[in-house]
Design a protein around this ligand. Sequence first.
Ligand SMILES: [Zn+2]
Ligand SMILES: [Zn+2]
Length: 146
Amino acid sequence: MTTTGLDSEIETRLSSHDARYTRGRRLVVATLSGSGGPRSAGELHAQIGSTMPLSSLYRSLAVLEESGVVVPHFTKSGVARYELAEWLQGHHHHLVCLDCGKVEDLSLPHSYEEKVRELVEEIGSTVSFTPVNHAFELEGLCSRCA
Ligand SMILES: [Zn+2]
Ligand SMILES: [Zn+2]
């Protein structure tokens, strides 16, 4: 999705929740859309800089989460990191570094994603469960920590 397309989708979604797409919220969305993975409020704040106080960053994240524009992602450390929801960003998975805690997006090539779907269907049928979606993450060491 182009940035303009993304912005108009988000603007529509926010207005259906009686919320405006303010400059601050646009800044959070733009930063998240170029981040390559879920980011915590602290990480976002470091990236955006002091132009946006941490308190308004938290408020923006709360409004965007309530409207379903961003979703929180939790690792075992308990830190909430935020990313654009899949309806905006597309289906993908995550790489979680067990050492530094960094989380990066992982988009699989179509052929791999097909294999994952087949496996998920197969697993579902063995436990009488109808899979609708799946989510997984690889835990390990990133290139800097390995
Ligand atoms: Zn690492
Ligand atoms: Zn992600």
